[in-house]
Design a protein around this ligand. Structure first.
Ligand code: NDP
Length: 432
């Protein structure tokens, strides 16, 4: 804490994760002796830079750019770029630290990193976004590369921004390499990346259910959000035999006892860019509740797929009281600490984001593989690999939790499983 004053997000993330490592450090004194914990919480490198750009009025604007290269023990740094006014060094370090363990869990050779800027793309013209992206990547290009650090998108960075940055990188370096992921299909992107996080979440939940001797078949599922993760989680859960009864946005939620009609959701959100309340006007029998989240409904499985801190302690208690037995996080950090505590104390089988939503970054890893091979796999091939990765992540979580005396605690299992692989690689590579 003394070393990182004014970095509350980073301090919180480190303290939470380090708690899970305690049983491992106790059982393996060589980790302490070799300074693994002291080294793992210290980023290998962090760059901060000026991003000057010219707005449509001809005025010069200045933003701040960041990239933390946290840990490269098991592969090149990998992690998204976030463009949002809330971005600062603490947020980027917190995200980069967490990313190391998520990437490790996928079993793919990816180290951890994260970056971004306090630039706000909202309300900017395409030309302004392009000029910003070109300036940002002009500096960042000195620090990244297909064998060094491969950034991706995150909040505020989608296909448009990745395209602008990729074009400028190619121009600066005169090379066509897989330096960024989340690219368009016409220039090296991967099929199934759009579906990956939602599908992966359901593959992970499928394993959770199977471990407890059951399946999605006939289950009632509550999903929050109606964005990318929620839509594809809804599709896959329905395909696997469940009935999804809710979706939501930041204004309210839809309850449809007959099962959500995904065509209507996609039309509202992807085509018309409208609000989810329109669903109730279009689908008879469904209801819309303004200003509330969907955690008050009766369900067997909950998949929060909207945003951080969207399940409070009271929401968790409502879910438990309504018969929910399984929860897996599609969004990043949707459950508050009080909610996680309530789930674990009441025997809810709980899959944390680090494991359950790793399908997105795993498929970015598969995009890197395809770029290196100069090949594009079919949708089915990528989907099959994603499925196998999620099955393995679940196995790693279960085995790691059991090995250190926390049977069936997937939070401990995910942290420990991600950590041990990195720690072993760091031990093997000496003091560096
Ligand atoms: P989208 O922007 O596509 O969708 C977000 C959804 O959440 C929208 O329906 C949005 O509603 C809703 N939402 C946003 N803020 C709130 C709020 N304060 N209260 C209630 N609902 C809200 O994002 P994604 O689906 O891509 O991402 C969702 C979550 O999953 C995020 O936490 C993200 O970090 C995480 N994630 C995403 C991955 C991916 O591959 N996309 C990978 C790993 C994690 P509205 O339209 O009203 O804003």
């Amino acid at each position: 804490q003394k070393r990182n004053p004014n970095e509350p997000e980073f301090q919180q993330a480190v303290l939470e994760v380090l708690e899970s490592f305690e049983p491992v450090v106790e059982a393996r004194p060589e980790l302490e002796k070799n300074g693994i914990i002291d080294r793992i919480v210290e980023p290998e490198r962090m760059v901060m830079f000026r991003v000057p750009w010219v707005d449509d009025e001809g005025k010069v604007q200045v933003n701040r750019g960041f990239r933390v290269q946290f840990n490269s023990a098991i592969g090149p740094y990998k992690g998204g770029l976030r463009f949002h006014p809330s971005v600062n060094a603490s947020v980027i370090k917190f995200l980069g630290f967490e990313q190391c363990f998520k990437n490790s869990l996928t079993g793919l050779p990816m180290g951890g990193g994260k970056g971004g800027s306090d630039f706000d793309p909202k309300g900017k013209s395409d030309a302004e976004v392009m000029r910003f992206c070109q300036s940002f990547i002009t500096e960042l290009s000195k620090h990244i590369g297909q064998f060094t650090d491969v950034p991706a998108g995150d909040i505020g960075v989608g296909g448009r921004e990745i395209g602008f940055m990729y074009g400028q990188y190619k121009r600066l370096r005169n090379e066509f390499t897989g330096v960024l992921t989340g690219k368009g299909l016409s220039y090296g992107g991967s099929l199934a990346r759009t579906e990956a996080t939602g599908y992966g979440l359901c593959y992970y939940m499928k394993e959770m259910l199977a471990y407890k001797g059951t399946s999605f078949e006939g289950k009632t599922v509550a999903i929050s959000g109606s964005g990318n993760v929620a839509i594809y989680a809804c599709q896959k859960a329905t395909e696997l035999g469940a009935k999804v009864v809710t979706v939501s946005d930041s204004n309210g939620f839809i309850y449809d006892p007959n099962g959500i009609n995904l065509d209507v959701v996609k039309d509202i959100k992807e085509v018309k860019r409208g609000r989810i309340k329109e669903y109730a006007d279009r689908v008879p029998g469904s209801t819309y509740t303004e200003g509330q989240r969907p955690w008050s409904v009766k369900c067997d499985v909950a998949l929060p797929c909207a945003t951080q801190n969207e399940i409070s302690g009271d929401d968790a208690k409502a879910l438990i009281a309504n018969g929910c037995k399984f929860v897996a996080e599609g969004a990043n950090m949707p459950s508050t600490p009080e909610a996680v505590e309530a789930f674990l104390a009441n025997g809810i089988f709980f899959g944390p984001a680090k494991a359950a939503n790793a399908g997105g970054v795993a498929t970015s890893g598969l995009e890197m593989s395809q770029n290196s091979l100069r090949l594009s796999w079919t949708f089915e091939e990528v989907d099959q690999r994603l499925h196998d990765i999620m099955v393995n992540i679940f196995k790693t979580c279960i085995q790691s939790a059991e090995k250190y005396g926390h049977k069936d605690n997937l939070v401990m299992g995910a942290n420990i499983g991600g950590f041990e692989k990195i720690a072993d690689a760091m031990l093997a590579q000496g003091v560096c």
